[in-house]
Design a protein around this ligand. Structure first.
Ligand code: 13P
Length: 257
């Protein structure tokens, strides 16, 4: 299972490092991580990436398998793209994952399926696993949601498929209406859509995993674990103890299997 959190733009440098030290210490010691049952990850802001990499090394969390991600990347490798960050530079920093097409970037920064497809290809070309964020806009029927998400997934990987790229692909199913909400989507909805996405992605050329995000926190994983390969946490992991509680849930699930 892949379990981690994007810090979005919530924390400054000091709080990012404080949070990362606490979560990395939990991960470095946690039996779910030490036994290889859970791969934890953290996605800080760009300028905090080098410090976060150092903290994971110092705490032993990196050796235990904890990964660092980026919240975005540009589709070109280099050039006159002011304000952007390339996949090769992120790879130099030790970044293993990159979020692509988060709902907030689509809504506020003009990302489209076309730019997302170019970014997915760029990440894969440089050995970075895309954390491809997809989800339906409005709450409704799970069949319609699954169809919309599958169409979005196909459009997002079309260029990578045409270029013959392969590698690890993390599909983050995040219903847009469940992001920043008081509660996650209902468990039946998540299980139906994530299950459909997982079956669809498994038929593609990638080593694909499907994780759920959108107001996820402790208590959700045991209810959806048969349909997802992990969790993508936001606000409800701001307390490091909540991150630890979700690792406990993952461990209990694996022990029950
Ligand atoms: O967008 C998310 C993770 O990337 C989810 O954020 P929240 O859990 O805070 O809704």
């Amino acid at each position: 299972m892949l379990i981690g959190s994007s810090l979005k733009m919530y924390f400054g440098r000091a709080r990012t490092l404080e949070w990362t030290r606490a979560v990395a210490a939990i991960c470095a010691e946690h039996p779910a991580v030490r036994r290889g049952l859970v791969e934890p990850f953290v996605i800080p802001t760009f300028p905090s990436i080098p410090d976060v990499v150092t903290v994971l090394q110092e705490t032993g969390a990196a050796d235990a398998g904890m990964l660092v991600g980026a919240q975005d990347l540009h589709w070109e490798d280099a050039g006159a793209f002011t304000g952007e960050v390339s996949a090769p530079e992120l790879a130099e920093h030790g970044v293993a994952l990159a979020e692509i097409g988060h709902a907030e970037r689509r809504r506020m920064f003009g990302e489209t399926d076309a730019t997302v497809a170019r970014k997915v290809a760029a990440a894969l070309r440089h050995g970075i696993a895309p954390v491809l964020c997809i989800g339906e806009e409005a709450a409704g029927d799970h069949r319609a949601a699954a169809a919309a998400c599958i169409a979005q997934l196909d459009a997002s990987v079309a260029l990578a498929v045409r270029e013959g790229l392969t590698g690890r692909l993390v599909v983050a199913y995040e219903p847009v209406w469940a992001i920043g909400a008081p509660e996650p989507a209902g468990e039946e909805h998540i299980r139906a859509v994530a299950g459909a996405l997982r079956a669809h992605a498994a038929a593609g050329p990638f080593d694909a995993q499907v994780i759920y995000g959108g107001s996820a926190g402790p208590g959700l994983l045991p209810r959806i674990a048969d349909s997802v390969d992990g969790m993508f946490l936001g606000r409800f992991a701001h307390d490091p103890a909540a991150f630890g509680a979700i690792l406990d849930e993952a461990l209990a699930l694996e022990e029950d299997r």
